[in-house]
Design a protein around this ligand. Structure first.
Ligand code: ATP
Ligand code: MN
Length: 453
């Protein structure tokens, strides 16, 4: 039986394991040889900490016990005299499963830059930081399903290949089997097809049948934005609620973020402490604050006022009617509110055609959740459920009515008020780990010029 290192180091009652014979597998992090004892630090990725293995140096061939080699250690668990762990393994046999050349192995013990580690994405999951990121990603995915399941939302799947460009914007990846032929009617789907930029429109179809649904899937944007917050391939969670308005939407978004933060605080203490110590000092305090205190609320109009009067010089000027840049969003969350803030009622012209028009005729029932360090983490809205107004908006936005025939029929046959939002999963991982660059919170990042691995 193989025993995972997490089962040993996170045992509820470590003393009950003393004297047990176990087989442990992992990769060697370090080897320290003394005259009478050799210490091996073994890690199998199940947890941040290494298992310390004690071996008799006269019984082993040290030349194979190098950093990076994979090892099977059989032996007895004993109480550890060190204060870092309760238990260690007294090895009886050690077998190297896969040796690792100390001269050429790229992951040496020293700290490597995140930029360098991206070039070795096949090995970086074995580093402490990546291991912790991946474990937290997994916990956040589970928390997502738990949260929506508890609220009675159904998990649905929307298409990855789509014939409709969700918002009439460019920046989509084309999917084609044509080599040189340029006539789209001869293409695989008989018309141009793309990788989805959002499952929202299809999500609305399903919400208008099941009441509350959410998607959790890959999303693609060919935007050439070389920023630390954009990827060409990312994962998005998109809940959609029928019989709901913007207030319900905001309540759901805030509760969801808080649920995720509380979930990792409760289940990922070891990894969070690592991030608090090495990546962002004060992370734990920040997360506890997010979980405990209500989000701030501002209208877009009020926010623009604050930004114009705050006395700070921004790279991009702010005027009512312009889209807020990340620097503005961060100022509002980090310096003005000092916590997550929900901005509402944006000018209609800078938001998508499907957002519900407000009575003032100028703004729409949109809401973005802005958080310190990142800026926008969630974008959502109440959807326009009135057929005539939606048709008018489609025309105003210069979109082709025929492309939206089914979307319009949802308003023709049993239309209901409904609302939803999209959360970028990698931005949630940034938010909960304190990591700075989105390319370091997804195992195989895709961005301009990079699709290796
Ligand atoms: P931004 O203004 O930051 O580019 P957006 O307004 O274009 O984002 P939406 O279309 O509202 O994004 O998408 C919903 C959510 O998806 C965003 O709030 C964000 O968390 C996430 N997101 C959007 N684009 C990207 C991307 N290229 N990489 C990673 N996450 C993204
Ligand atoms: Mn947005």
């Amino acid at each position: 039986m193989r025993t995972k290192i997490k089962q040993i180091l996170h045992a509820k009652d470590p003393s009950s394991l003393i004297g047990k014979t176990v087989s442990v597998y992992g990769w060697i992090r370090t080897v320290r040889a003394q005259k009478t004892f050799a210490f091996i630090e073994l890690n199998d990725g199940t947890t941040l900490a290494n298992l310390q293995i004690l071996a008799d140096p006269s019984t082993i061939d040290f030349t194979q016990l190098t950093t990076g080699a994979s090892l099977l250690a059989k032996g007895t668990l004993v109480e550890s005299p060190g204060k870092n762990q309760a238990l260690e393994l007294k090895a009886e046999t050690l077998s190297v499963l896969g040796p690792c050349s100390a001269e050429t192995f790229p992951l040496q013990k020293k700290r490597h830059s995140f930029e360098f580690l991206r070039t070795i994405a096949h090995l970086r999951p074995r580093t402490n930081t990546q291991g912790a990121v991946l474990r937290i990603r997994s916990a956040l995915a589970l928390a997502t399903h738990l949260f929506f399941n508890q609220r009675g939302f159904y998990y649905v799947q929307t298409p990855i290949i789509t014939g409709s460009d969700c918002e009439g914007g460019g920046e989509m990846f084309r999917v084609t089997t044509l080599d040189k032929e340029t006539d789209p009617s001869k293409d695989f789907f008989g018309k141009p097809a793309y990788l989805t930029v959002s499952g929202q429109l299809e999500g609305e179809i399903l919400a208008l049948a099941l009441s509350d649904i959410y998607t959790f899937g890959p999303t693609f944007r060919a935007e050439n934005s070389n920023t630390s917050r954009h990827l060409a391939e990312f994962w998005m969670i998109e809940p959609e609620m029928a019989f709901a308005d913007l207030k319900d939407d905001m309540e759901c978004a805030e509760s969801y973020l808080k649920f995720c933060v509380k979930y990792v605080l409760e289940h990922c203490q070891e990894d969070l402490q690592f991030f608090d110590k090495f990546i962002e000092n004060g992370l734990l305090t920040r997360l506890q604050h997010v979980a405990a205190s209500p989000f701030a609320h501002l209208t877009y109009t009020h926010a623009v006022d604050i930004l114009k009067k705050c006395g700070k010089t921004f790279e991009f000027p702010v005027e009512w009617g312009t889209d807020l840049q990340s620097e503005h969003e961060r100022y509002l969350a980090e310096e003005h509110c000092k916590k997550p803030v929900i901005l509402t009622d944006y000018p209609a012209a800078i938001k998508s055609f499907y957002m519900r028009g407000n009575d003032d005729g100028k703004t729409v029932a949109a809401m973005d959740v802005l958080v310190p360090k990142i800026g926008e983490i969630i974008g959502g809205s109440q959807r326009e459920e009135r057929l005539d107004i939606l048709e008018q908006k489609i025309a105003e936005f210069g979109l082709n009515r025929d492309d939206y025939w089914w979307y319009l029929q949802l308003r023709e046959y049993g239309s209901v008020p409904h609302a939803g939002f999209g959360l970028g999963f990698e931005r949630l991982v940034l938010f909960t780990t304190g990591m700075e660059n989105i390319r370091d919170v997804i195992p195989f990042p895709r961005y301009p010029g990079h699709a290796e691995f």
